[in-house]
Design a protein around this ligand. Structure first.
Ligand SMILES: Cc1cc2nc3c(=O)[nH]c(=O)nc-3n(C[C@H](O)[C@H](O)[C@H](O)COP(=O)(O)OP(=O)(O)OC[C@H]3O[C@@H](n4cnc5c(N)ncnc54)[C@H](O)[C@@H]3O)c2cc1C
Length: 341
């Protein structure tokens, strides 16, 4: 019986995601620190073939559930499959990649197996033989280190905390785990997928640059006129050319719910800050945004910060940015777009 079980799932193309490969690296690392062994459980269509692609990861055994019932994500069947994997492997520590599919079903599987569960884990360490996990609380303001005596202990591991595992494929030592799914457990079906066009997707977590637009883009400019359509063209042009991710201040996205004319491609999903998100990018460029504390607090994980603002007394100039350009963002971004070709 392995000490650790890692639970993964295949994507709709039968492959393992980058997040899944990262969680393999986390498991290999933890297993070495604990001096034990680990097994991998894979749920989903093509689970057996997916296990073969990671045959060289060092797992002592691979358990697979590839019944038609788990070909698509669904809480009831996924929770049952994950429960069966935990029971079959008998491991005391259960890791799982923090994908939306597993984040949804693992709490149910933990409850059914009498396990404790912690989510959003960003680091695992072993101190004097004791497993310690770290996670953030209160919108990434308090980093806690915790351990638990309870076993099994299920830990959902965040993406981006380890490089993706790379290694040899082969023929994995697999065991198919039989799970009987009832009709009720399979009654929720996916009838179709509606997704925005690729270029309409403005939130790009893997982008090197975060481009933040503030409410200034929608304010009257020096000529006394609004230039919202120009702002849209400039911002979308920049995003497409630079491959940047789009963030927003709260004031800008709130304009939309107030019924005022604003940037149509912006939603509350883009909002960065205390009541928004805390994205992680190597660089950030803030434009037409004042840089107030409730907004700038969302920039905690942006390594290099720059801002364009016409106000030399804006918040960015008061120690929140590395570089502040005191300039008209309309002119600067038009020039940058021209240079980007
Ligand atoms: C409890 C609480 C929670 C909050 N949470 C958040 C949050 O999560 N995220 C968030 O963003 N805010 C949050 N806020 C609001 C925050 O305090 C600010 O009100 C908001 O961030 C201001 O948005 P802004 O800078 O885009 O707009 P403004 O303050 O209106 O600033 C617009 C800026 O654009 C500049 N500008 C105008 N035209 C140009 C131009 N042509 N070129 C260059 N610069 C130009 C102006 O100089 C100005 O600095 C919160 C507030 C509270 C009280």
């Amino acid at each position: 019986m392995a000490d650790i079980l890692l639970v993964l799932h295949t994507g709709c193309d039968g492959s393992l995601s980058k997040g899944a490969l990262e969680s393999i690296a986390t498991t290999v690392d933890l297993s070495a620190k604990l001096g034990g062994s680990f097994a991998v459980g894979v749920i989903g269509a093509g689970a057996g073939a997916a296990a073969d692609t990671i045959a060289g990861c060092g797992a002592e055994k691979f358990y697979v559930v590839e019944d038609e019932a788990v070909a698509t994500p669904r809480y009831s069947s996924d929770a049952k499959a994950a429960t069966a994997l935990i029971q079959k492997a008998g491991a005391q520590i259960v890791l799982a990649s923090g994908s939306s599919r597993l984040t949804r079903c693992m709490p149910g599987a933990a409850y059914r197996t009498g396990a404790q569960i912690d989510t959003h884990i960003v680091a695992l360490a072993v101190e004097a033989g004791v497993l310690k996990a770290q996670r953030w609380y209160y919108r990434q303001r308090i980093l806690t280190t915790l351990s638990r005596a309870a076993r099994p202990w299920v830990l959902l591991v965040e993406g981006g905390i380890q490089p993706a595992w790379q290694g040899a494929a082969g023929v994995a030592e697999k065991e198919s785990v039989a799970v009987e799914f009832t009709a009720v457990e399979q009654r929720t079906v996916i009838k179709g997928v509606e997704s925005p066009a690729a270029d309409a997707q403005t939130i790009r977590p893997d982008a090197a640059l975060l481009f933040v637009a503030g409410a200034g883009w929608t304010k009257k400019q020096a000529d006394g006129e609004y230039h919202i359509s120009d702002a849209s063209t400039l911002i979308q042009g920049f995003l497409n050319k630079a491959g940047a991710s789009l963030g927003s201040s709260k004031s800008l996205v709130d304009l939309q719910s107030d019924g005022q004319a604003t940037l149509s491609f912006m939603s509350h999903m883009n909002q960065v800050g205390q009541t928004g998100t805390t994205p992680r990018h190597a660089k950030g460029l803030s434009t037409c945004c004042h840089g107030e504390e409730p907004h700038a607090v969302g920039w905690r994980f942006i390594n290099e910060r720059r801002a364009i603002n016409m106000d030399a007394n804006c918040g960015w100039a008061q120690g929140k940015a590395d570089v502040v350009y005191i300039a008209n963002a309309f002119e600067v971004i038009a020039k940058v777009n021209e240079l980007l070709g």
